[in-house]
Design a binder for this molecule. Structure first.
Ligand SMILES: [Ca+2]
Length: 253
């Protein structure tokens, strides 16, 4: 009987020991599993980071390639006619952007009124270059205003001229007026858009005189001349000003 009790006691001790061992193994296996999960999560996060950075690079490459392909390539045309210093804009027809219409009683754009300081479609190409003797009220001027609704939305007014043939062009000159007392300043920025077919346009450069504007003599005519080196038949001069921009001749040489 004593032997049986001892055997049972021994079995009990062994069982407890075995059970205790199993518990430890389970705990350690849980720990390992969770630690594996943590590292695999980290790995997948790193993978997704890598993926997203690859996507970003790809998308930015796509954007830049789209921009590059939408920009027409400029090739100087060897068959262009030489200007030989002549003003090839003289006598040519042109069009301009919407003009300001001001009520006689109130300040502001009023489309029921005729254009203020209208363009007769010859002032800019009639060969007459205004001088300091020509006040703003003289008939030789045409005017654009930055507060015209379409011009405000676009950011600039424009003069678009068809030269009739493709020419080599080195200068584009616009005669303007500064008369601060009457709200007329010279345009502070001119951008020269050019085309050979009237459909595909590229920029031939920008003349920005913002920093020189205050220093220009008042009640005076100023010729703003852009130096370019292009061939073109069509030119669009984009005019940006603070208010009124009075212009009297566009010369292309
Ligand atoms: Ca003129």
């Amino acid at each position: 009987m004593k032997k049986l009790s001892l055997l049972l006691a021994l079995l009990l001790v062994v069982s407890c020991f075995v059970l205790a061992s199993c518990g430890e193994e389970e705990e350690s296996s849980v720990t390992e599993t969770s630690s594996t999960a943590t590292s695999s999560e980290a790995a997948s996060k790193e993978e997704s980071k890598a993926e997203s950075s690859v996507v970003e690079v790809e998308s930015s490459e796509e954007e830049s390639s789209v921009e590059e392909s939408s920009e027409p390539e400029y090739v100087k045309n060897p068959d262009a006619l030489p200007t030989e210093g002549n003003n090839v804009a003289a006598g040519k027809t042109y069009e301009i952007s919407e003009q300001f219409r001001m009520s006689t009683e109130t300040w502001g754009y009023d489309e029921t009124f005729p254009p203020s300081y209208p363009d007769d479609n010859y002032e800019l190409t009639d060969g007459y270059v205004p001088t300091n003797e020509d006040a703003y009220s003289a008939a030789c001027w045409m005017a654009l205003h930055q507060q015209t609704p379409a011009q405000t939305e676009r950011g600039y007014g424009f003069i678009k001229i068809d030269l009739g043939e493709i020419y080599e062009i080195s200068t584009i000159a616009l005669t303007t007026l500064k008369d601060t007392e009457t709200g007329i300043t010279c345009p502070y920025k001119l951008e020269y858009m050019i085309s050979e077919d009237g459909e595909n346009w590229i920029s031939a450069g920008t003349l920005d005189i913002t920093s020189e504007l205050d220093g220009l003599a008042d009640k005076s005519v100023h010729v703003l001349t852009g130096e370019v080196d292009v061939t073109a038949r069509y030119i669009e001069v984009r005019v940006t000003s603070y208010g009124w921009a009075f212009m009297g001749e566009l010369e292309v040489k």
